[in-house]
Design a protein. Sequence first.
Length: 135
Amino acid sequence: MIFIDSDILLDVALNRQPHERYAMQLLTLRDTHDAVLCTSASSLLNVHYFAYKAAGKTQAKHLITILKDKITILSTDIHAINSALSSDFEDFEDAVQYHTALSNNAKIIITRNLKDYKKSAIPFMTADQYMKTLY
């Protein structure tokens, strides 16, 4: 199970170069490598918010529709919130993401904010680093 952090999804949604290429490749792993991709519900909220601001309501809803069909959406429960609050993570949102991934047995976290996951017990890397391990 590959947990995809919000910033990777935003790279795709906002066509952020040069990161969008690897983020898109990552999203195809479900089809090409039978990988289980997941993210938190709050990640989709972040993506929708920024896509809405950049491209409008119709495009934002279309993007979320595509993502929800490609990625398993994990619930963030009170345990993840409490664990995030008591964690050593600097950034609360990353702590919630991490504890959501941890409680759902994710094997790796894909993020562009490596420094924010330095306290992670789950391996983490960027999308381009991960894609290079496959080829």
